[in-house]
Write a new protein. Structure first.
Lengths: 292, 287
């Protein structure tokens, strides 16, 4: 009992309970006007008990109740074959594949740019402002154009979506890695100079290992916004599959339950991705002799 | 990659000048480091700072030379000029008969910094192997040299430890082993024991003398401790600040064999007294 009280379980569960309660209250208040309206049109009084029951079970609620979302999630993940177009797992996989490809390209691009910026004065002066400017453009405005332009040169399917993920995810990697590659102390660099080490030796034996913690921190941010990029890439393009497509069709047809379950799927996916990067970080840092 | 023994140029071809100036090489050993009228001015936002002003110096092979003085007297700067980590703005300096840059390219010296500067992601043996990897030694020879160097500083058995698992004194010993791992015959040490407590420092001083006797290296040693300088050195260069210059050069009369007790001897105290006088003459006690 004491262990339970001192652990994290109790506080976390308490917060979840409060959120669920507020959610139920919100469901009632937001959905009640519709039911009252319906009752008024039918010319009858509606009792509180019936009102409560009806607000929790609407087909297209303003705000679906938690159990409705949960049932929908269960139904579209467990009860459908993963290859089915009605399976949320199928749609999640479509988005995940674009996310992972975009994240991989973005991380590689970010690392390359950072290495260039650290080693080349001209790149240091010229590239960084563009990198920052690139992120001030709203991705929602750029995404359709990227898709259209890539389509025109014969690229379609996974890659255009992945490139939108890349567009978002390379940024934290560049910023983090520039800082990481510049993080070695002056005496560590002086030491390399006394050995007459080449620039590539200094990079691989000093700058790169020193930058590793920075890389993982950036990658945690990058993988989460890669997912955002992939979903955004699906939104304005009339995509037929993916979490973004689920959100889009849900909003076309007022399927709020479908929208909310897709949102929860995306959140769970993001949490898993960040956790995987975190685990990789722990493993790598342990191998690098980090103090436990 | 081609390895260099570090002493490609015959230093002996340049006979040491004797009898002239405060920096003569003494005991007739071949000159390893020679500086003439060396100056270095840093341009800062508050105007120029004279870190070194007209420094003459001769260091002979196998000598143990200490540079002592208060902060700002340029002793570390002088060491960094020898190591080609700073560029002098005036005068000439030769290391092993060539310019410092060439000496650095020849890997003529090992440098020990004030902090151990071990790479935290490398084990002790891999830290010691770092210069060997960079200089392109084969794996088997690397292993052999790492063992030998760790043995020289009494760190055998700690090969697989990471730096944070070692005490400050052991870390500094590991960094000395790293400087000894390749065949540089000059060892440049910048206050290597400055951050350690006195008991550990005494112990390391004793070990350093032992190591010097066994390896026959030329050692340049920066310190701000008078007993440390007197105990270790065959010659003490006293420096003073603003501008950084040499005020006195003292040849030690102590024997090469030096037990710790020698520090209570009359001879030791006399040399220490002269160092103190030299520091006072340079107005180093003003602040």
């Amino acid at each position: 009992m004491r262990a339970l009280a001192q652990g994290r379980t109790v506080p976390v569960m308490a917060v979840v309970a409060v959120i669920v309660l507020i959610w139920y209250a919100g469901t009632f208040f937001l959905n009640a006007p519709f039911e009252r309206d319906q009752a008024a049109r039918a010319g009858r009084e509606i009792a509180f008990g019936e009102l409560l029951e009806r607000t929790m079970a609407q087909e297209r609620p303003v705000l679906p109740a938690p159990h409705q979302v949960f049932v929908e999630l269960w139904d579209t993940t467990v009860n459908k074959a993963v290859t089915s177009r009605r399976s949320l797992v199928y749609h999640a996989w479509v988005t995940l594949s674009a996310t992972l490809l975009g994240f991989a390209i973005g991380t590689a691009l970010g690392i390359l740019l950072a290495i260039g910026i650290v080693h080349n004065r001209a790149m240091d002066k010229s590239v960084m402002p563009w990198v920052i400017a690139s992120q001030t453009v709203p991705i929602l405005a750029v995404a359709p154009m990227i898709i259209v332009v890539l389509n025109a040169i014969g690229l379609s399917g996974l890659l255009p979506k992945a490139l939108i993920s890349t567009y978002l995810s390379f940024f934290p990697v560049v910023v983090g890695m520039v800082k990481g590659l510049r993080s070695p102390e002056a005496i560590h660099l002086d030491l390399m100079r006394t050995y007459n080490a080449s620039r590539s030796q200094t990079l691989w034996k000093l700058r790169w290992p020193a930058a590793t913690p920075f890389l993982f921190t950036s990658m945690k941010v990058a993988v989460a916004i890669s997912l955002v990029g992939a979903i955004v890439g699906e939104l304005p393009t009339g995509a037929v599959a993916g979490l973004g497509a689920r959100l889009l069709t849900g909003s076309y047809y007022g399927q709020t339950i479908q929208i909310w379950s897709a949102l929860f799927m995306a959140a769970a996916l993001a949490a898993c991705l960040v956790m995987v990067v975190g685990l990789a970080q722990t493993m790598v840092m342990r191998r690098m002799g980090e103090r436990p | 990659m081609k390895r260099s023994t570090g002493a490609a140029q015959p230093a002996a071809a340049r006979p040491a000048k004797t009898g002239a100036g405060p920096g003569r090489a003494g005991d007739g050993a071949p000159t390893v480091i020679s500086a003439r009228g060396l100056s270095l001015t840093f341009e800062t936002d508050d105007g120029p700072v004279n870190a070194l002003s007209n420094v003459d110096l001769e260091v002979g092979r196998g000598q143990f030379v200490s540079f002592i003085g208060p902060s700002g007297c340029g002793k570390t700067t002088l060491l960094r000029v020898i190591a080609d980590l700073e560029q002098p703005t005036g005068g000439t300096i030769l290391v092993n008969g060539v310019a410092p840059e060439q000496a650095r390219l020849n890997r003529a010296y090992g440098y020990v910094f004030q902090a151990a500067a071990l790479y935290p992601w490398r084990t002790i043996e891999n830290n010691v192997a770092l210069p060997l990897e960079i200089m392109g030694y084969a794996a088997t020879e690397r292993k052999e040299r790492v063992q030998r160097s760790l043995d020289l500083v009494n760190l055998t058995g700690f090969e697989k430890k990471y730096p944070w698992q070692l005490s400050g004194g052991m870390q500094q010993r590991a960094s000395i082993a790293r400087a000894l791992a390749f065949d540089a015959d000059i060892l440049l040490m910048d206050e290597p024991f400055g951050a350690l407590d006195e008991i550990v420092r005494d112990h390391l001083n004793e070990q350093l003398l032992e190591l010097w006797a066994r390896t026959n290296k030329t050692i340049c040693f920066v310190t701000h401790s008078i007993p440390e300088a007197v105990y270790l050195s065959t010659r003490i260069v006293v420096m003073s600040p603003r501008p950084g210059r040499v005020t006195d050069v003292i040849e030690s009369t102590l024997p090469r064999e030096r037990p710790l007790e020698i520090r209570e001897s009359r001879q030791f105290l006399e040399i220490a007294h002269r160092v103190r006088e030299g520091l006072r003459a340079g107005h180093s006690y003003e602040e």
